[in-house]
Design a binder for this molecule. Structure first.
Ligand code: 6GU
Length: 225
């Protein structure tokens, strides 16, 4: 899987992509991430990437030309691919999207800043607009990282134990059941007996019941959806 991420503040993207599971996936060649500084495609001597909005109003708007140039450069080198724009007014990103998109070969992700991008970018260059929830971030970089992380961990070979991803919360529209590790007794707080019993069928039943119970308590909307 190849991600091409276009950003006006590329330094924001470095660290989360260079550690732990994602760095290991990059080392193994399962994941390839290219980061583009939008200023390199800026207009004029100042390498301008944003401007005042027509009609007046506070906040700068990201210009169409730098984004067009950057996307065309990526297309000409790597071929056509889907372009995702992360924006608070996009469709809410769900685990089902991560599952589906983990089977694609490559994506371009545009990180918005300021007041967002010129509408012509959205109308003519972008295929998919996604938000990561009903709140506003100062820029799209954190949202782009959320997408890259949640999609990448589903690529075969990225997680050491493939079955682990299947038992995550949301994978079956339920939250995950509680988990415990050693010691079995700490401070008078005990691990449920069934988990120590070695009885696989009982453990499976208990986990199913707890997943349902947890979901009913914390996210009843997932059950009634
Ligand atoms: Cl994708 N971008 C920004 N700036 N804020 C957000 C978001 C995205 N999703 C939720 N809030």
């Amino acid at each position: 899987m190849v991600f091409h991420i276009i950003s006006a503040v590329p330094a924001l993207l470095d660290s989360p992509l260079s550690h732990s599971i994602l760095q290991r996936a990059r080392n193994k060649g399962l994941l390839d991430i290219h980061i583009y500084d939008l200023h390199d495609y800026g207009v004029g001597k100042q390498q301008q990437i944003d401007d005042y909005q027509f009609g007046g109003g506070a906040g700068m708007v990201m210009m169409v030309e730098p984004l067009y140039k950057c996307i065309e450069t990526i297309f000409s080198k790597f071929g056509k691919m889907k372009v995702i724009y992360v924006t608070p007014d996009g469709k809410t990103f769900k685990q089902a999207h991560a599952n589906e998109w983990s089977m694609e070969e490559s994506f371009i992700i545009i990180c918005g800043h300021y007041k967002g991008v010129d509408q012509r970018v959205r109308d003519h260059l972008v295929d998919i607009e996604v938000s990561i929830g009903d709140f506003v971030l100062s820029g799209g970089e954190l949202a782009a990282l959320v997408l890259v992380d949640s999609i990448s961990r589903l690529i075969p070979g990225v997680l050491n134990d493939a079955s682990s991803a299947l038992t995550d919360s949301f994978q079956d529209d339920l939250l995950a059941p509680p988990v415990y590790t050693r010691p079995a007794k700490f401070n008078g707080w005990n691990v449920p007996d069934v988990l120590l019993s070695g009885h696989d069928a009982n453990i499976r039943d208990w986990r199913e019941r707890k997943a349902l119970e947890t979901t009913q308590n914390k996210r009843p909307d997932l059950i009634n959806e």
